[in-house]
Design a protein around this ligand. Structure first.
Ligand SMILES: NC(=O)c1ccc[n+]([C@@H]2O[C@H](COP(=O)([O-])OP(=O)(O)OC[C@H]3O[C@@H](n4cnc5c(N)ncnc54)[C@H](OP(=O)(O)O)[C@@H]3O)[C@@H](O)[C@H]2O)c1
Length: 255
């Protein structure tokens, strides 16, 4: 399957690298505005061009990775070349009604809003997919592509914002937790590299454990909180400082 990514910046570039590594049937072409942006792809067997139209012509699936405010300007001249092709927009803030209006009359096979996160590059994305238009075949294609680079979830449009906050912005939120843990670990006597490795592996292990057991996080927490012990005292101290409340308030800024 030929996939062209128009705008191979942070997200488009990570998507290209992830699909090229983990989706054997995907042949990837990337575009950008500047030649320098494309240089990092040459060693990964990913084709590149500065010509968006050329990239779109050979594609089955076109992924738009430009900034949301550039989407209409970059997409409009490409639409006449997209007959029977699948369009994937990575722009969370562009409503389905707007994408429908822009693409109406161009006979696209399907139009999707897809919100991956940066871990797509290493095959560990949490990706949300909303179908703007299409059929079971095109949805299977899009879902297949993004489930090859992590987990994917097909959701209603009204859930996309929540998905983005939890999983895309959530990458930054989780890493801020890691940074805070490092700072505390260093104060207690670990060297920065030790603290970083310990924090990352602990977060990875905790997530993998809850995922493997299919448990509510609190069930795993119960297993490490000895009555009167240091874990529950630590948790309570964090909650007194507003830990859960701070996380919820951070997510809520989408509303
Ligand atoms: N970052 C995330 O975690 C994340 C997560 C989910 C969704 N998204 C969405 O992904 C989209 C891209 O965000 P980003 O953070 O990846 O932006 P970015 O790093 O700025 O990348 C945008 C890319 O678009 C290229 N570009 C600009 N104009 C172009 C044109 N006319 N033709 C071809 N390429 C062009 C730029 O090329 P040059 O580099 O050559 O200038 C740049 O590489 C946005 O819609 C964003 O909402 C981002």
């Amino acid at each position: 399957m030929d996939i062209s990514i128009i705008g191979a910046g942070n997200m488009g570039g990570a998507t290209a690298l992830g699909l090229s590594r983990f989706c054997p049937e995907a042949r990837i072409t990337v575009t950008a505005r500047h030649r320098e942006t494309l240089e990092k792809f040459s060693s990964s067997g990913i084709a590149s061009t500065l010509d968006n139209a050329e990239a779109v012509k050979g594609a089955d699936v076109v992924i738009m990775g430009v900034k949301p405010w550039l989407l209409k300007e970059v997409l409009t001249p490409l639409l006449p070349l997209m007959k029977e092709k699948i369009l994937v927009s990575l722009a969370a803030g562009i409503p389905a009604s707007t994408l429908k209006e822009w693409t109406d009359g161009f006979n696209l096979a399907g139009v999707y809003t897809v919100i991956p996160n940066l871990a797509i590059e290493i095959g560990e994305s949490m990706t949300f997919i909303n179908e703007v238009s299409g059929n079971s075949g095109t949805l299977r294609t899009v879902n297949g592509l993004f489930s090859s680079v992590g987990k994917s979830m097909v959701v209603d449009e009204k859930q996309l914002g929540a998905g983005m906050m939890v999983a895309s912005c959530g990458t930054a939120f989780a890493l801020r937790y890691v940074r805070a843990t490092m700072e505390g670990g260093i104060e207690l006597g670990l060297y920065p590299r030790q603290a970083l490795q310990a924090a990352l592996q602990t977060v990875k292990g905790a997530a993998a454990l809850a995922d493997a057991h299919g448990t509510h996080p609190e069930q795993e927490i119960d297993r490490v909180t000895t009555p009167g012990g240091i874990t529950i005292r630590g948790l309570n101290a964090m909650e007194e400082a507003g830990f859960s409340n701070a996380v919820i308030q951070g997510l809520r800024i989408w509303k």
